[in-house]
Write a protein that binds this ligand. Structure first.
Ligand SMILES: [Zn+2]
Length: 69
């Protein structure tokens, strides 16, 4: 797995040998201890949630046909 050297955006210290692909871009700075996420190495793609509403309108047609008896 590829490792990266990344500069901490909080304190500016360079953290070496980070496995950003494994942590989805997250790293914990070895100097200041802050946990930050690098957007460059972010792997996760946000997928919009599609809600399928099941239409039950077909039942109404059946009811109307039954009236003709
Ligand atoms: Zn830091």
């Amino acid at each position: 797995m590829k490792s990266y050297d990344l500069r901490c955006p909080i304190c500016g210290a360079v953290n070496r040998g980070l496995y950003l692909e494994e942590t989805d871009g997250w790293m914990e700075c070895e100097k200041c201890g802050n946990v930050t996420q690098s957007m460059e190495h972010r792997q996760t793609v946000l997928i919009p949630l599609i809600l399928k509403t099941q239409s039950r309108s077909d039942n109404n047609k059946v009811d109307r046909l039954a009236v003709g008896m």
